[in-house]
Design a protein around this ligand. Structure first.
Ligand SMILES: *[C@@H]1O[C@H](CO)[C@@H](O)[C@H](O)[C@H]1NC(C)=O
Ligand SMILES: *[C@@H]1O[C@H](CO)[C@@H](O)[C@H](O)[C@H]1NC(C)=O
Ligand SMILES: *[C@@H]1O[C@H](CO)[C@@H](O)[C@H](O)[C@H]1NC(C)=O
Length: 281
């Protein structure tokens, strides 16, 4: 005869239902960051549920303001990371009606790491590049799903100490790190500024060792602070399962949990790609 289920597990069921039904913004638990929920599932249930068919068979729309574009516009004035980096003109007319053509046709010319972009593992790791780990092989399941937006303390790079302070719960796979870069509006300065905030080598190592984060979003052109440019990238790309998303536009977005959608171009053989990223409330 089977033993009855323990009382504790029966009590847990209504508790879970209540937790899953609560929609973001979620209140802070303990001393955790105010943006934290109790887990990714809360966001999936809220934002991922299919819209219910309305009377008449039309899909119900959720109204304006639900989608937040966190991509910078690709304009000639995007910041140049390195001296001599190609920025604009990003788009130019190759055939122009003003010049007698029967049509207007633009061409696109830019470095693959301009503006809001993703890095593929081959960017810094020659073994991964040789193995064909280009942007076309990036895992769309990592690039799309529940994500947490956090505020990094403004007086520091993303060090091991800063990571520890942020107390990002286990199980969170996508985190967008907003830093001093956003306050300084660095993405609006055409001249690159190498004093930007990014991960130090020990910050990257802390993330790899202590979290489940696979998508690392930052608000300037490099996930790594300039003094750790190569070493922090090397840590992230040791295993090719972490995707840095760089140059995000995180201004005025409330801290919290969102559904993130990032779609890079299928640039075969490229180690980076422009990417359109949006958050859905
Ligand atoms: C084509 O480009 C010219 C500028 O060269 C512009 O004046 C014109 O409006 C464009 N035409 C169309 C159909 O977009
Ligand atoms: C039209 O042609 C002239 C002369 O080649 C060139 O200077 C100008 O930039 C062209 N304009 C466009 C919109 O392509
Ligand atoms: C972050 O590190 C860079 C060097 O990589 C430095 O110039 C900058 O001042 C640091 N920022 C902060 C807030 O510590």
């Amino acid at each position: 005869m089977a033993a009855p289920p323990p009382l504790a597990s029966l009590l847990l069921i209504p508790f879970l239902v209540v937790v899953l039904a609560a929609s973001p913004p979620l209140s802070a638990a303990g001393d955790a960051h105010p943006g934290y929920s109790s887990g990714e599932g809360t966001c999936t249930v809220d934002a991922g549920a299919p819209p219910a068919p309305a009377a008449g068979g039309l899909l119900r729309e959720r109204g304006p303001g639900r989608v937040i574009d966190i991509t910078h516009a690709y304009v000639p004035d995007l910041p140049a990371f390195a001296q001599g980096a190609v920025t604009g003109p990003v788009v130019r007319l190759k055939h122009s009606m003003a010049n007698g053509s029967e049509y207007n046709l633009s061409e696109l010319r830019m470095e693959c790491h301009t503006g809001t972009h993703v890095d593929a593992p081959g960017h810094i790791n020659q073994g991964h590049f040789a193995a064909g780990l280009d942007v076309d092989t990036l895992d769309l399941d990592v690039l799309n799903g529940p994500a947490l937006l956090v505020d990094v303390p403004r007086n520091t790079n993303i060090t091991a100490e800063a990571m520890e302070f942020l107390k990002i719960p286990k199980g969170v796979r996508r985190v967008l790190f907003r830093t001093l870069n956003t306050d300084r509006k660095l993405m609006w300065e055409k001249e690159g500024d190498l004093s930007y905030v990014g991960f130090t080598e020990d910050g990257a190592q802390w993330l790899v060792d202590n979290t489940d984060i696979k998508l690392v979003g930052v608000d300037y052109l490099s996930v790594a602070a300039f003094d750790h440019l190569i070493s922090a990238h090397v840590v992230f790309f040791k295993n090719p399962d972490i995707i840095p998303v760089e140059g995000l536009k995180l201004d005025d977005v409330p801290v919290g949990v969102y559904n993130l959608h990032c779609l890079p171009l299928r640039l075969v053989g490229a180690e980076g790609s422009p990417v359109r990223c949006i958050l859905i409330k």
